[in-house]
Design a protein around this ligand. Sequence first.
Ligand SMILES: [Zn+2]
Length: 406
Amino acid sequence: MKHLSRSENSRTISKELMRDYNTRAVISLLYNGDPIPRKTISQITGLTPATISNITSKLISSDLIVEVGVGQSTGGRKPTLLDINDDFGHVAAVKIEARRVISGLYDLSTNKIDGNTTEIDSEPDLDTVLEIIRQDLNSYSKTGEVLGVGIGVSGFISDSGTIIYTPILGWSDVPLADVLLTDSSIPVVVDNDVNAFTLAEGWLGAGKDYEDFLCVTVGEGVGAGLMIDGTLHRGAIGGAGEIGHITLDPNGPRCRCGENGCLEALASDYFLRNEIEKLDFKPPTIENLSSLASEGNGQALEIFQRLGCNLGLGIKNLVNTLNPEAVLLGGERLSEADFFMPRLKKEVLNHSFPEEARKLKIVRANLGQEGWLIGAALLAIRNFLNLPLHHKVRSVEKQEVKQLKN
Ligand SMILES: [Zn+2]
């Protein structure tokens, strides 16, 4: 996308215009692809050149789209290319964790402009977290209009942005989006943090080329985002992908949820800390375990390999259920993936159906820890642009653009 500062007398975009079906089709094309001329927009959407001219001139007047140079001529005059104006406004992204709140300010192309991390000493209560988010939003508002806020938090989140239950914070029935909207009047989207991470990887990261993939995150907990046929599957109450609590071993160790032998109790930071406690590692931390493993310490490596084996078994169950093209691995423990990835792959491939296993790709997520916030920012951007929140661009649409360009 193209950067162009908003002129001082630029008009703000009207809600009616953004709701218009044809306008949305034009914005969707420009947002999801490279700059294209009016003629191509007309060919793909099937709208007449006059309609496209009318819509694009309104969007240019409002500064949401901009002319960004000329394309290849197909005989006559070189056509002017159109693109979304990245600097039309900014969005804020927030991730609420067990002991901290991280946030960032992004332009419409998810370039980061500012960021903040606030550590919380004790178990965070709702008022403390709300106060931190409000302070961050206040500070971000000083650099210009904030068009929307996207928030990622672990747990079950309703479509309307209510936290139904979040085990890491112990909160239930918190209408987070409504509470924040009331005092800031900035639109707020809340979703499960792993879902936001999966959307980021699907739109911009290692999942870009796949319509069917699983994004498994391993860190404090274990979670998964399920991208099925280009759409993120949220489940009946936003709880799809809570794979941390599938039972791997009914006689296994106690999990935080109260059950025995959950995947999370056998393959997460919780698992690593429990294993460290049984041994004589000093200091008894995951950082130390990791540095011992990199020095070739057999006990440390064995713990990571067991994590890889257990996580692989959990993933294999999903692979056999959903038959994805790829499994993306992300989360905080990706930094130790060298110690457990080979074992994980072996478990998944050995136990999946041979035909599925032959084609399956197991790859690392590539947006890093920033992916959490980029995903939340994308939710806010797409909400502002009135685009579907949980769909990837269909590859057929991408191909159509490519063909028309050639
Ligand atoms: Zn559990």
